[in-house]
Design a protein. Structure first.
Length: 257
């Protein structure tokens, strides 16, 4: 018996990185997975990985910042599998060009907020009615340590992730009596292709990250995925509105010693 047997889950940004890893693990745990991504080739590759592992997955092309795309993504889940139980809002982008607030462009601000915050809201907007029909559900939203800590050169990303945190708490309260749970994860530095490509060219930055993490290592995508499985499963049935760092102790550390 899998921990997600009988559940239908949407994972956004499932074409690469943490989302791709989660899609495979969700399927192994019994979920039927909608692999949602703006990149069709990457998304279909994830679907193949899931099916090769014996799971059930369907691709949905979606730009989460567009209402019609988010609506059609949810419709794909319901039309294909009959219901929706889990939404993992994993899709997001980083700051397009790191810059202090006075140097951040309006274009950068609008794009990051559209995907990282508006996209989370849109996906929940269309998923929640179907979850109510299904008798409840679990939503897991990705924030960041940037949501609770000051950061240099990340004004739009920090604003978006802070918004995700506050929005998620509000939605958790709004729909708790409908058996819909909303929780927030805050990954630290996780070994994804995007981070690896950046750090391979800057070994000194990689060492600074490791030195600044109490566990003295970079996290694994699987460590994020298994946490999300717990939050998606009935094992966490009395947890809603919670904020969970997955960062090797970064959030807990004051950095004063």
């Amino acid at each position: 018996m899998g921990r997600l047997d009988g559940k239908v889950a949407i994972i956004t940004g499932a074409g690469t990185g943490m989302g791709q890893t989660a899609a495979v693990i969700f399927a192994k745990e019994g979920a039927k997975v909608i692999v949602a991504d703006v990149n069709q080739q990457a998304g279909e590759e994830t679907v193949k990985m899931v099916r090769d592992a014996g799971g059930d997955a369907t691709f949905a092309k979606v730009d989460v910042s567009k209402a019609e795309d988010a609506k059609n993504m949810v419709k794909t889940a319901v039309d294909t599998y009959g219901k929706l139980n889990v939404l993992y809002n994993n899709a997001g982008i980083g700051e397009q060009a790191a810059a202090y607030t006075a140097d951040c462009t309006e274009e950068n601000w609008d794009k990051v907020l559209a995907i990282d915050l508006k996209g989370v809201w849109l996906c929940m907007k269309y998923a929640i009615p179907e979850m109510i029909k299904a008798g409840g559900g679990s939503i897991i939203n990705v924030a960041s340590q940037a949501a609770t800590r000051g950061n240099f050169g990340l004004p739009s990303y920090t604003a978006a992730k802070g918004g995700v945190l506050s929005l998620s708490r509000g939605v958790a309260v709004e729909y708790a009596d409908k058996n819909i749970r909303v929780n927030i994860i805050e990954p630290g530095y996780i070994s994804t292709p995007m981070l690896k490509g950046f750090l391979d060219t800057m070994p000194e930055v990689k060492q600074k990250i490791i030195d600044g993490t109490p566990q003295r290592r970079i996290g694994k995508p699987e460590e994020v995925a298994w946490t999300v499985v717990f939050l998606a499963s009935d094992e966490s049935s009395h947890i809603t509105g919670a904020e969970l760092p997955i960062d090797g102790g970064i959030t807990a550390w004051s950095h004063t010693m």
